[in-house]
Design a binder for this molecule. Structure first.
Ligand code: NDP
Length: 246
């Protein structure tokens, strides 16, 4: 479904980003995957993904650094000649009740989740405009739509991503560039591993489908949005959450 496409996925070595990279490669895309910390894990992931027969590059950096978005875009352009798809997936949490949350924890989460999305989007946009096509997929969250105690920083960053998505979709639609957000619910990754059993039980009770989401659930939605099926979808926030937001 993505044969011959070139994609950038931030935070693509583990969790949801890794599943997206895997589904993209399975469907024929060449990918640049971003990572921040573990070079060895990134290289191992690249070798595993290459087994699907497409080209895989890894680029280290911090999405909160505006220059990193440029580096990702330049790497994909140089290696694959174009950038068809950007998935802004890299994200962090620093949970704490608001009264105890430090300004630094608020700022770090915004810098990474929201500003990182802006920097990478801004970096690929000139290339996509020149190509007269492109797909941008931003990872928001059910928390950005509904809020959550202990997550004012994370919720603000994910709600900000929705505003960015809607505005960018309006700016770029005439250039044949779609911009959408996926709002996952409770997905089984290292990000949610830190929750207590009690917290997990309570969240699971609110999931209509009665199970945690898998990274693949999000990855398959990203493939859909990036493939022909998603060609006329822009400025949307797709809840992929098993019904937790109902
Ligand atoms: P993980 O914690 O499992 O993975 C996060 C990824 O982001 C890692 O690959 C990490 O790279 C990368 N990353 C974090 N900070 C930076 C940074 N400053 N620069 C570059 N890369 C960075 O998270 P998930 O896979 O669970 O989440 C992926 C996305 O989905 C996030 O945006 C998250 O907010 C969103 N989401 C997740 C939900 C869930 O239930 N899991 C629910 C709703 C949304 P490295 O390993 O190198 O640090």
């Amino acid at each position: 479904m993505l044969k011959g496409k070139s994609a950038i996925i931030t935070g693509g070595v583990r969790g949801i980003g890794r599943a997206i990279a895997e589904e993209f490669c399975k469907n024929g895309a060449d990918v640049v995957i971003g990572f921040r910390s573990n070079q060895e894990a990134a290289e191992k992931a690249a070798r595993e993904l290459e087994a699907y027969g497409t080209r895989v590059l890894v680029v280290q950096g911090d999405v909160a650094d505006p220059a990193y978005g440029e580096k990702l875009a330049a790497t994909a352009k140089e290696a694959f000649g174009k950038v068809d798809i950007l998935v802004n997936n890299a994200g962090i949490t620093r949970d704490m009740l608001m009264m105890k949350m430090s300004p630094e924890d608020f700022k770090t989460v915004i810098d990474t989740n929201l500003n990182g999305t802006f920097y990478c989007t801004k970096a690929v946009t000139p290339l996509m405009i020149k190509q007269r096509s492109g797909t941008i997929i931003n990872l928001s969250s059910v928390v950005g739509v509904k809020g959550n105690p202990g997550q004012v920083n994370y919720a603000a960053s994910k709600a900000g991503i929705i505003g960015l998505t809607l505005s960018a979709a309006k700016e770029l639609g005439r250039r044949n560039i779609t911009v959408n957000a996926i709002a996952p619910g409770f997905i089984d990754t290292e990000m949610t591993e830190v929750l207590t059993e009690e917290q997990k039980k309570r969240m699971l009770e609110a999931v209509s489908l009665g199970r945690l989401g898998k990274p693949e659930d999000i990855a398959k939605t990203a493939v859909f949005l990036a493939s022909e099926g998603g060609a006329y979808i822009t400025g949307q926030v797709l809840s992929v959450d098993g019904g937790i937001s109902l």
